[in-house]
Design a protein around this ligand. Structure first.
Ligand code: 13P
Length: 265
């Protein structure tokens, strides 16, 4: 059974104080949730302070990006060692905003992925097509290329620890969510690709999150789909009330589906 994972990607938002206030509040609201893996991805500047607040709780800490070298003359970059040192156990790699604005390539994401895995950091690898690619009927082709290129030379053992986030670029920050059917179709496509790459067992155990305008009002319908294992939430993760609601609704759906499964067994 795949434990759902809900991530809050704060992007370039919040001062240290705002970040700490938000997680103090979030901790109160979701401290007793057990059926969902919860991770927040604050900006680098707030990681240390937020890390102190979530230490020993059910809220994990992640960075929004990292470089692939451990140290050296790379002005402005942050290394895997540095994010580990500050308490991060997760990292987002290849977010579409990094691909779009900072020209990150699949090849670079692959280098980062290898280093994240060898450093013991859980990577959340983002894939997703742009609107013109979907309109031209190229969505699956683009996602296939991203998956194959980002996952080059990853061993079976390493693959087990990867989380994937399918984030159609046209749904990010636009208020326009993919329909549950559109999302499920792509998630199943991704799972089948993973089966070709890593085999049946690993493909069934890997978690694929959906991302793009996820909010309390649409999380349930998305989570009901068979191959959607959680969400990577942007805007709605900035406030404790809406993010907590998404987490609680996910926990409810996960409880219902596991009790249905045990009845059928
Ligand atoms: P929104 O939820 O704001 O659309 O952002 C999604 C996202 O990019 C998460 O990584």
């Amino acid at each position: 059974m795949r434990i759902p994972i809900i991530g809050g990607n704060w992007k370039m938002n919040k001062t240290v104080k705002e970040a700490v206030d938000m997680v103090e509040d979030l901790k109160q609201r979701v401290g007793n949730i057990q059926d969902v893996e919860i991770v927040i991805f604050p900006p680098f500047t707030a990681l240390k302070s937020v890390g102190e607040v979530v230490k020993g709780t059910n809220i994990g800490l992640g960075a929004q990006n990292m470089y692939w070298e451990e140290e050296g003359a790379y002005t402005g970059e942050i290394s895997p060692l540095m994010i580990l040192d500050i308490g991060c156990r997760y990292v987002i790699l290849g977010h579409s905003e990094r691909r779009q604005y900072f020209k990150e390539t699949n090849e670079e994401i692959n280098k980062k992925l290898k280093v994240a895995l060898s450093s013991g950091i859980t990577p959340v690898v983002c894939v997703g097509e742009k609107i013109e690619e979907r309109r031209r009927g190229k969505a699956k082709k683009v996602v296939e290329e991203q998956i194959k290129d980002c996952f080059k030379e990853i061993t079976l053992e390493e693959a087990r620890r990867i989380v994937i986030a399918y984030e159609p670029v046209w749904a990010i920050g636009t208020g326009e969510t993919a329909t549950p059917e559109q999302a499920e179709e792509m998630h199943l496509f991704i799972r089948n690709l993973l089966k070709d790459l890593f085999g049946e067992e690993i493909s069934q155990s890997l978690r694929i999150q959906y991302g793009g305008s996820v909010k309390p009002a649409n999380i349930e319908e998305l989570m009901k789909e068979k191959d959607i294992d959680g969400a990577l939430v942007g805007g709605a993760s900035l406030k404790a009330d809406s993010f907590a609601e998404i987490i609680k609704k996910t926990a409810e759906i996960s409880k219902i589906s596991s009790s249905l499964r045990s009845k059928n067994e």
